[in-house]
Design a protein around this ligand. Structure first.
Ligand code: ZN
Length: 159
């Protein structure tokens, strides 16, 4: 198990456009494993490579239905809308209300480079949108409708 340091808001790496992954080698597998370890240790439900300082298009997500490792992911279809609480491991101690699609279909590659497609609904859709935004330098705080404060009851999970 190897964890990496999570980059926090204010670091310019979180604001850059991540590059397409071209090499599906042991380094990529190690990165994805480290990202999963880092996410679980921090009790997160998702983590994007820029959050550990690596500007590559790779994310891990686990909202309770198993671990997904997605390389070069893109949203190919989205439906509906949901508004709910959201947090981010790179924005510690804060959360906010964010509108997201209720369903997304994501096209990606797995760690071997094989093409995959996954469908996420509700909270899984929210987590996918949140992580994919990280690859384009976007944070949930850019999109939130309002901040949630400690005395509110609707704190979000951290991604
Ligand atoms: Zn995040």
């Amino acid at each position: 198990m190897a964890t990496r340091r999570i980059v926090e808001i204010g670091d310019e790496k979180l604001r850059k456009h991540a590059k397409t992954v071209e090499k599906f080698d042991w380094r990529l597998k190690m990165l994805l494993n480290d990202m999963a370890d880092t996410m679980y240790k921090a009790n997160g439900v998702g983590l994007a490579a820029p959050q550990v300082g690596i500007l590559r298009r790779a994310v891990v997500v686990d909202v309770g239905d198993g671990l997904f490792k997605l390389v070069n992911p893109t949203i190919v279809r989205s439906e509906g809308e949901q508004c709910g609480p959201e947090g981010c491991l790179s924005v510690p101690g804060r959360s906010g209300m964010v509108s997201r699609p209720n369903l997304v279909v994501v096209h990606a590659q797995n760690e071997e480079g094989k093409e995959i497609e996954i469908t996420g609904e509700e909270f899984f859709a929210r987590a996918l949108c949140h992580e994919l935004d990280h690859l384009d330098g976007v944070l949930y705080v850019d999109k939130m409708e309002r901040e949630i404060f400690d005395d509110d009851e609707e704190k979000g999970d951290e991604e």
